[in-house]
Design a binder for this molecule. Structure first.
Ligand code: SF4
Length: 376
């Protein structure tokens, strides 16, 4: 079982917090789509023996693709891979791109899950983030998607915005509940390198986000989830009726995936590769049948640390039998000796052969996870 990730590196403009590889221009759009289509064939051996269980269009802004772009990529994927009948096929869409025409194209081309980049339903927060849509458009995009038959919806929300308040955050959650959105991904605002926010903070034009605000809003989010039937199945992800994001869950469980497009990462259980984050060089590499990517063979310790990090972030935690079968004795023993330290704490819960973060531990997950890492 494997997944395919397709990176569409174009946006209408850059959001102030974003450091994903994307350009606020549509120059080379057609060329990149052609190159991605060719890359499917050139790099298919990475996961060609596996059935494809999930396909994910991320970016950038995949909803900027025209119907023929999407069709071209889907045709190539279905030609070269064995895609499961029940495969989850997700496309990230910005609210202002969602039109009847686009929804029709998504349906026709096999998209069965939409991830809508709402971020917040508050106009001043949207402006602060430099998003291109407003709250009305966000509401409308959800309504239109539903009416077009997209029941499998997820929205992204950002908490901890310096100009947010408990009221604006609660309002976001209330709207989510009113729409009965089956899945939400909620991310704490982080200030990344090479973003407008990082620049504003450096120049003293913006205050760094306050940790207290994150914690308060994260707590409100967890209360909301518990009250309204959302399962908190990964630090940033919540769903109803077990509608776990199949693609992301496969990442967390260490399944292989092929990443297509500039800057996309791939993983085949022993190594990780990442495509060059440069449009022209990416296109040239594909044209000359010599894709431009770097490769890293994972050491045993890197594999162990990734396993701990991805598993502890989920509600399923670290399973002891999986740990013992996937790693050597000294690594497993190292984990168990660390675990002893938490025996009398209320930060981890150990039961049924698994160790998971407790409701209290979730608030300091980064610290706990890092404590289990083996140093290289
Ligand atoms: S957050 Fe999304 S829409 Fe905004 S710049 Fe980044 S990739 Fe583009």
């Amino acid at each position: 079982m494997a997944g395919i990730y397709i990176h569409i590196p174009f946006c209408k403009r850059k959001c102030h917090y974003c450091n994903f590889y994307s350009l606020a221009s549509s120059r080379y759009f057609d060329e990149v789509i052609d190159a991605i289509t060719d890359e499917v064939n050139l790099r298919k051996s990475l996961v060609s023996k596996e059935t494809i269980e999930s396909i994910y269009f991320g970016g950038g802004t995949p909803s900027l693709m025209k119907a023929h772009h999407l069709q071209k990529i889907m045709d190539a994927v279905f030609t070269h891979f064995s895609v499961a009948d029940h495969a989850e096929i997700t496309l990230e869409a910005n609210p202002d791109d969602i039109s009847q025409e686009q929804l029709h194209s998504f349906k026709k081309n096999g998209i069965n899950r939409l991830s809508i980049g709402v971020q917040t339903f508050n106009n001043s927060e949207l402006q602060y983030l430099n998003r291109t849509h407003d709250a009305e458009k966000a509401l409308k995009s959800i309504d239109m998607s539903r009416k077009a038959g997209f029941e499998n919806l997820t929205i992204d929300l950002i908490y901890g915005l310096p100009n947010s308040t408990p009221e604006t955050w609660n309002k976001n959650l209330e709207i989510t509940r009113n729409f009965d959105i089956p899945h939400i991904s909620c991310y704490a605002l982080t200030v990344e390198q090479n973003t407008a926010f990082e620049y504003f903070i450096r120049k003293g034009k913006m205050k760094p986000p306050a940790e207290e605000l994150f914690l308060d809003q994260f707590e409100a989010l967890i209360d909301f989830a518990n009250t309204h039937g959302y399962e908190h199945y990964e630090i940033s992800n919540f769903c109803k009726d077990k509608r776990y994001a199949q693609h992301n869950t496969a990442y967390w469980f260490g399944k292989p995936y092929l990443g297509l497009g500039p800057s996309a990462h791939s993983y085949n259980r022993t190594s990780r590769t990442w495509n060059i984050a440069h449009l022209k060089k990416y296109i040239e590499g594909i044209k000359s049948e010599s894709p431009d990517f770097e490769r890293e063979i994972l050491t045993e310790n890197q594999r162990f640390n990734e396993f701990i990090m991805t598993h502890l972030r989920t509600k399923w935690g670290v399973g002891f039998s999986e740990l013992e079968s996937g790693f050597n004795k000294s690594q497993a023993n190292y984990f168990f000796s660390k675990l002893k330290k938490y025996r009398n704490s209320d930060l981890l819960v150990v039961s049924d052969g698994r160790a998971c973060l407790s409701p209290k531990g979730i608030f300091i997950s980064d610290r706990i996870i890092a404590d289990f890492f083996v140093e290289e």
